[in-house]
Design a protein around this ligand. Structure first.
Ligand SMILES: C[S@@+](CC[C@H](N)C(=O)[O-])C[C@H]1O[C@@H](n2cnc3c(N)ncnc32)[C@H](O)[C@@H]1O
Length: 247
């Protein structure tokens, strides 16, 4: 065989398919100062495996230590700038609310909002929620999970990047307590249909929509976020979904 003409290279590290875009972490100086001052009160640091959104294998969160108490756990995935998180956590003072978000300036904005509103029952982890659920939380530890306006990845060739698929549903099923709720919302009709196609037949979930057509009522105190408004402005219909972990 002829010798390869290609130069010797390091073996390539295969990049996983993730549900988010790696965006700039740049913040304005004022934002950065607030972030440095406030982050320690709200953000839980975790050991990493490789990237800044990964989590070291086998690292479990000490939730009682992080929140300073034991309480039912609500998890939000993709909290963005905290528009839903801050208002909804404020209305659930008896719960510990943990958010996974990858976008650092969004986390910084959330932390500022939490400080302004003097909300003490929220902690954030900068991590891919898939790694967060896999490593950081034990089985049957979550009472309620929120996934509001997950990145839609509208192009067909990007659908594989959508967060909610069967593998992710299996992960959520492991983390949710029996009878625990998974509430979702999206303004992308085909993503809403995809979620139905995954969760309606999933053996670990039953519909808690309460309506014969399978779509849930909007959660009364879920605020109208910038993402939702953008969808409405574009003429899209917002769908709420609600499932329960079957016993
Ligand atoms: C379209 S935004 C919606 C934000 C917020 N839920 C709202 O309704 O305003 C989706 C958010 O999910 C985050 N995200 C996407 N995939 C994620 C993942 N695997 N783990 C954590 N956050 C993720 C993105 O960084 C982004 O901030």
């Amino acid at each position: 065989m002829p010798e390869s003409t290609h130069p010797a290279t390091e073996p390539r590290v295969r990049r996983e398919v993730v549900s988010f875009v790696r965006r700039s972490t740049r913040m304005r100086p004022q934002q950065l100062r607030a972030w440095e001052r406030l982050r320690h009160a709200y953000v839980i640091e975790v050991p990493r495996r490789a990237s800044s959104t990964s989590v070291a294998t086998g690292h479990r969160l000490d939730l009682a230590g992080a929140f300073g108490r034991t309480a039912p756990l609500i998890v939000e995935i993709g909290s963005g700038t905290g528009e839903s998180l801050v208002a909804m956590a404020a209305a659930r003072a008896d719960a510990n609310v943990l958010a996974f978000e990858v976008y650092l300036p969004g986390i910084a904005r959330t932390v500022s909002r939490l400080h302004e509103e003097q909300i003490g029952n929220v902690r954030l982890v900068q991590a891919d929620a898939v790694a967060g659920l896999t490593q950081l939380l034990g089985p049957s530890s979550i009472t309620e999970l929120w996934t509001f306006f997950p990145d839609p990845w509208p192009k067909a060739r990007h659908h594989k990047r959508r967060l909610v698929d069967t593998a992710f549903a299996d992960l959520v099923a492991t983390g949710l307590k029996s009878g625990g709720s998974w509430r979702l919302a999206t303004d992308w009709a085909d993503y809403a249909d995809q979620i139905r196609a995954v969760l309606d037949p999933h053996p670990a979930f039953e519909s808690a929509a309460g309506a014969p057509d399978g779509w849930a009522e909007r959660l009364a105190d879920r605020p109208l976020t910038r993402f939702e408004q953008r969808g409405l402005d574009a003429g899209r219909t917002v769908r709420d979904l609600h499932y329960r972990r079957a016993c």
